[in-house]
Design a protein around this ligand. Structure first.
Ligand code: DQA
Length: 145
């Protein structure tokens, strides 16, 4: 079971800065993640929140709820949320950070991730495909332990 978390403003996918994030919606993204999960033989649960505390609590509860791994796009929280960083580092599930846009090619404040350092790795700039690649990796490592 993989938990896919999307943070602030990702509910606006499709209408928000389409030149940066594309025309597909959050629902399209979540449907794609569920179908990629089915291909990989794993159940995927997707959640989105504009509130830092919800994301933190979902991370706290993930292992107890039976999840084996987490994919997270923390949105702008990536760049400043030490609380989210601490939530990720305070639990044992493998986590991969994903960004739809290439954050390193954008404003300098987006070049900093305070969360990536406590994740297994970070995928940025590959659009929705980044979520699939993150899940492929997590299925592989979760099957090994
Ligand atoms: C984002 C990049 C962040 O800088 C931004 O604040 C987002 C989306 C991405 O997926 O490219 O909300 O995480």
């Amino acid at each position: 079971m993989i938990l896919v978390l999307n943070g602030p403003n990702l509910n606006l996918l499709g209408s928000r800065e389409p030149a940066v994030y594309g025309r597909e919606t959050l629902e399209d993204l979540e449907n794609a993640c569920e179908s990629w999960g089915a291909d990989l033989g794993v159940t995927v649960t997707c959640r989105q929140s504009n509130h830092e505390g919800n994301l933190i609590e979902w991370i706290h509860e993930a292992a107890g709820a039976g999840f084996r791994a987490i994919v997270i796009n923390p949105g702008a929280l990536t760049h400043y949320s030490y609380a989210l960083r601490d939530a990720i580092s305070g639990q044992d599930l493998p986590v991969v950070e994903v960004h739809i846009s290439n954050v390193d090619a954008r404003e300098s404040f987006r070049h900093v991730s305070v969360t990536a350092g406590v994740c297994r790795g970070k995928i940025s700039g590959l659009g929705f495909v980044g979520y699939r690649l993150a899940m492929e990796y997590l299925v592989e490592v979760s099957n090994q332990n």
